[in-house]
Design a protein around this ligand. Sequence first.
Ligand code: ZN
Length: 331
Amino acid sequence: MNAPKYPIQHRYIAKRSNTRPGLRLTTGVPAFFVAHDTGNPGASADNHYRYFNALTDRSASAHTFIDDKQILEIIPAGTASDPAEKAWHVLYNVTTDNERFGYDANDAALGVELCYGGSIDFEEAYKRFVWYLAFCCQRWNKDPRLFIPSHKQLDPARKIDCDNALKSGGRTLKDLIGDVTAELKVLNDEKTNGSPTSGNGTSTSPKPAKPSVPVPNTPADFVPLPTEIALALIAEYVRPAWASARAADKQPEADHFHRLAVNLRSAAGIDDAGRKLASAVKLHKSNVQELVFRWLSPAWYQAKSKGDTEAADIAHNRANSLRRAAGLPEQ
Ligand SMILES: [Zn+2]
């Protein structure tokens, strides 16, 4: 992998319930990215680190602050080895996030803040903001056109960010999404070709006539199933079901579970010895429905009723990984 165009700094604020509760995102990894501005013209990323590290009288925070000098994560966002945590950047009683994404933004999204105004060079800050959002979209396989709402879109009655800061630099949210989409294509081309691009954010290398790997700059048709999830589902559910069908001499049922395991491995792009294959195969919708209804929904309900949020989250994440592997929307 190429060195990232901009370094991502991590300097985490202290854990405190009103700013950094220290809870993992419900979705495990970020499911979308809320584009904010700080609403605080002239204040840098460092200023916001100090502000939120000392804040005690209200609940507020966000993961990442970006100015003309740095990209600073003050709450783990999952871009490095620390798992993504919750931050308080969109009011819980706002419902647009639930309707659009199935989650409260605080439980599932990164809050990404553009610093602007005063002596902050808008263009430099904007370039970093665009790159960081593209980096996140690449890392978690999200289409910028679908998964980057502005705070204003989620809470139009109260909020004007990040549209307001963009306006100060002559940009609109539509420009931002377009620029992130273009930057994502550069990142994906780099990944495909292994060639670094020039430093100005546009790829200067000629496009190969036929890239060896399709570049997902349009909504991906499906996302390969993570290997560890495929193997866990087989080990925990499918193989025991196969074994008990065999023991009961129900061969058609045993064959069915055998095919289900084969399909899960194909969806993860691995063979039956766990070796990586050249590509993954889209999962059948009926396989997703079966796995969710037979095992994952009951596991989720059981975990919820016992107050085991971690087990509930695991079941939920597995269901969504299956849905993605079949090109279905997350729930
Ligand atoms: Zn905001």
